[in-house]
Structures are given as C-alpha cells and as structure tokens.
Design a protein around this ligand. Structure first.
Ligand code: NAP
Length: 448
C-alpha cells in the first residue's frame, strides 16, 4: 500500500494530556471512551491530581471536592497513566511531547491573577486570590502567604464566587475549619487571626454581581458574622431595575442584599461589609498595606478610604504562557479554533487546548465537560491525518529518567491519598491535604 502519510490503527496511538484538573480529566474521559488510543498519559505538575478541585474549591465545600471521585475514573483503564510532579515546560518541553505523542491536549488552567494596575498593588499584604487560595488549599507551590500581624480589616476586591470564598474563609470561626482538608498550619493561622471586618468591594451593583445564589445564602448564614450593606448602594437605576425584572439571578442577589441591609446588627465579633459601585484607586502603605482608597463608579457616589492590612484581588484568574506554545497575553488564553491550537492563525498540528486556558476563567466545574467533549471530537476527527510522530511515547519516559525527575504514579498518588484520609479520620474530619512536596514524597516512599 502506498504511504499517504497517515498511519494505521496498529501503529499504536498515544495521547498526552497536560494538566490533571477537571478540564484534562474530562478530556481523558472523552478520549478513553472512544478507544482510539493505546496509551494516554496525563502529566501534572503537582504530586496529586484534580487541579482546582483539590487546589481551588474551598476546603469547606467538601461535596464539590467530591467530584474528584468521578474524575478519577479515567485512571481505572490500564492504558491510562498518571505522571505527577512533572512540569511541562520545565521537566519536558512541548516539542518533546509532540515528538512522542500523536495528540497533546493542554489543560493547565489558569494559575495567575489579573492585576488591578493601581499604586500599592505589590505591597506586602496585597495578594492575588490565587495566592491565598493556593495557601489555604495546600498547593505545594503556594507562595509565602501570611496574615499580617495585627490584622483587623481585610478587603476583597471583586464580586464573584472566588471573592465570596475568600471572604467566607476569613470570616469563619476556625473551629469549623478543623474538620476540613485545610493544612493544619493554615487552620492555625486562621484561628489566630484577629480580623473583625472584611470588606467586599464590587465595581458594579448587586444586579450585576457574579456571585451565585447558594454561595450568597451561605455567606448570610455564617455563625457569628454580621452582614453590613449600605441601603444607598441598593438604590437601583432604570437599567438595574430592568435586569432585576428579567434576570432571576440578578433579582435573587438584590433581594438577598436588601434582606441583609434590613437585618439589625447582632454585635457579632466579625462583620462582612458589601460595598457596591466602588473600585479601588490606590492601596496605601509604605512597607505594608495600611489602607485602601475606593472611588465611586456611578455619579453621585462617594469615595471611601478604609484602613485595611490585607487586600486580596479576586477579579479573575489569568493564564500563564507555556514555553513552546502561543499565548494571548490580553485574555491569558491559548488561541484556538474548536480546541485546535493556533499559531499566528495556523493550526499547530496535534496540539489542542481545553478548559479555562481555552475559553477563559468562567463557568462551573461541569462546564469543562462540554468543553472537553468538543475538543476530544476535534482530536478524533484529526487523528488519521496527523503527521507521523517521530518517536515512541517511551522517549518521554526516558527523558524524564535522564533528567532525574521523580514521577509520581497513580499508585503513588493512591498511597498519598490513603495517608491524607487516615490523618483526616484521626482528626475526625475530611482527608487533610499534604501541602509540601518533600512530605508528599516521603509519605509515598514510606508506604511503597
Ligand atoms: P468572576 O465570576 O468572573 O468574578 C470576577 C469579579 O471581578 C467580577 O465581579 C468583576 O466585575 C470583577 N472585576 C474584574 N476586573 C475588575 C477590576 N479591574 N476592578 C474591580 N473589579 C473587577 O471570577 P471568579 O470569582 O474568579 O470566579 C471564576 C469562575 O469560577 C466563575 O465562573 C465562578 O463562578 C467559578 N467559581 C465557582 C465557585 C462555586 O461554585 N462555589 C467558587 C469559586 C469559583 P465585572 O462583572 O464588573 O467585570
């Protein structure tokens, strides 16, 4: 038979998925189902799978974190491998993956934060949400986060669910966090927190807030926390009234805020203040954050200057470029068409992107399933026409071995997971996340 550049099924197709969060693992589920690959390797920089399900979903939301059980199913197939603790771009290049695999699906999500671009943003005490979230979920690469000494006032910028998560975690009585997956040193830091006031700052009104209703109700039901809303912020203009009339979500948010505005203060030890129609103009302080200036975003609004020692911007996540792949800095995504990565408008053969890195940082976990199905369709449609791959998938294993990369296998992860469950059981709560890599590897080795 004439060689037409395509290859037979018998050649042994191999796919690499880069990133074991929901985006990657839904893509895995879709690809495994079709049985067109003899081997699917899932690369993950962390020593554990599940991405934002483990290192993003708030520890006090264990039901949401339980989606990991569904995501784990892809690894039940013998032709699927987990290669944890392998960072693509650092331990192995994208080109090396492209040489070893017919298809490479990139699903590393968004690990960085958008910036406000205002003075004082880089002062100690000013954090991006992703830094704080990485800290309280026990991400091994979480930076040096600490609650400022003498913290009484914290300010969270943004009107999305990440802002709500952070406000709630800061406001919650730490006793309630002791039964969560949170690393103990984080619970201890939160237990020692002297914060009394948490300010949530939204640049638009309640009718445009991105909070979802269950999360908003949860905030209102926190023990020992008063909610403070200025009724003046709830005076709506015609466009807002229109939104409330036609959008159930907008109506619920406005109604909940109105109910909070009417609630008498109970003298609770902590307060969450919602400030609508304001954006930060400047973060104050010389060596560390001491305050924040907010400016009004609607006519007649008043500026506000708040003393605060902690500022967290929860204004959206932002992707980071992966060496060897195109990147759109403004959106923080990889340019693509139907999941096929585009380089200057031309398709990069055999390379795909899914999840937040494809569509931007929006949607719930399950949104990634539809996204992954679409991308898997593109992969499968292309499979017979992709160029011959130069090497065997083992070439990547050999490179990792040569470079001394300590690959965490699925069996290793199960050992770490069992350890986390045992420590959680002993404390009468959820599995406790092992937050540092060295300990994770020790636990795995000790159990192996
Ligand atoms: P988000 O929902 O997009 O909210 C971002 C917020 O930041 C918006 O209120 C936005 O205001 C504001 N913002 C953006 N730029 C700003 C600026 N320069 N100055 C001031 N405010 C600014 O994003 P997110 O909270 O990061 O959440 C990401 C996704 O994860 C969402 O889909 C979210 O629902 C999901 N998530 C879900 C849960 C849950 O279900 N429990 C938990 C966490 C995250 P504008 O609207 O005016 O742009």
């Amino acid at each position: 038979m004439e060689d037409d550049g395509s290859r037979s099924e018998a050649a042994g197709r191999a796919a690499a998925i880069v990133g074991a969060g929901p985006a990657g693992l839904y893509a895995l589920a879709a690809l495994v189902r079709e049985e067109r690959f003899d081997r699917i390797d899932v690369f993950e920089a962390a020593p554990a799978p599940y991405g934002l399900v483990r290192y993003g979903v708030a520890p006090d939301h264990p039901k949401t974190r339980n989606i990991s059980r569904v995501l784990a199913r892809g690894f039940e197939h013998t032709r699927v491998r987990f290669l944890g603790n392998v960072s693509v771009g650092r331990d192995v290049t994208v080109d090396e993956l492209r040489a070893g695999y017919d298809a490479v699906v990139v699903s590393t999500g968004m690990l960085g934060d958008r910036r406000l671009g205002i003075p004082g943003e880089d002062l100690p005490g000013s954090y991006g949400a992703s830094e704080l979230v990485a800290w309280y979920t026990g991400h091994p690469e979480a930076g040096d986060v600490s609650l400022p000494d003498g913290l009484t006032s914290a300010t969270v910028i943004g009107a999305g669910n990440v802002a709500l998560d952070i406000a709630r975690i800061l406001a919650k009585d730490a006793t309630a966090l002791r039964s969560t997956s949170m690393p103990r040193y984080v619970v201890d830091a939160l237990a020692a927190s002297t914060v009394t006031d948490i300010h949530l700052v939204a640049r638009r009104g309640p009718a445009q807030a991105k909070f979802t209703s269950p999360e908003l109700h949860e905030l209102g039901a926190l023990d020992a926390v008063d909610l403070v809303v200025d009724p003046a912020d709830l005076v709506l203009g015609p466009a807002d009234e229109e939104a409330v009339a036609h959008d159930r979500h907008a109506k619920v948010t406005v109604d909940v805020c109105r109910e909070w505005a009417e609630r008498p203060a109970t003298g609770a030890p902590r307060r969450i203040h919602l400030h609508y129609w304001r954006r930060p103009a400047r973060i104050l302080g010389d060596d560390a954050v001491t305050g924040i200036e907010l400016e009004p975003t609607r006519p007649g609004g008043e500026a506000l200057s708040l003393p605060t020692q902690l500022v967290v911007r929860a204004i959206g996540y932002h992707g980071r470029p992966i060496p060897g792949l195109p990147f759109d800095e403004s959106s923080g995504t990889i340019p693509s068409q139907d999941g096929r990565v585009l380089n200057d408008g031309a398709t990069l053969a055999g390379v795909y992107v899914t999840g937040w890195l494809r569509r931007g940082p929006t949607g719930v976990i399950a949104t990634n399933r539809g996204d992954a199905n679409e991308v898997a369709e593109s992969v499968l449609a292309d499979l017979d026409t992709l160029p011959e791959r130069p090497s065997d998938p083992d070439s990547v294993d050999k490179l990792l071995a040569e470079r001394g990369v300590r690959v965490v296998t699925w069996a290793d992860w199960l050992r770490l997971e069992a350890h986390e469950k045992a420590t959680g059981d002993a404390a009468g709560g959820d599995p406790i996340v092992v937050h540092d890599l060295a300990t994770a590897l020790e636990v795995i080795d000790a159990a192996g």
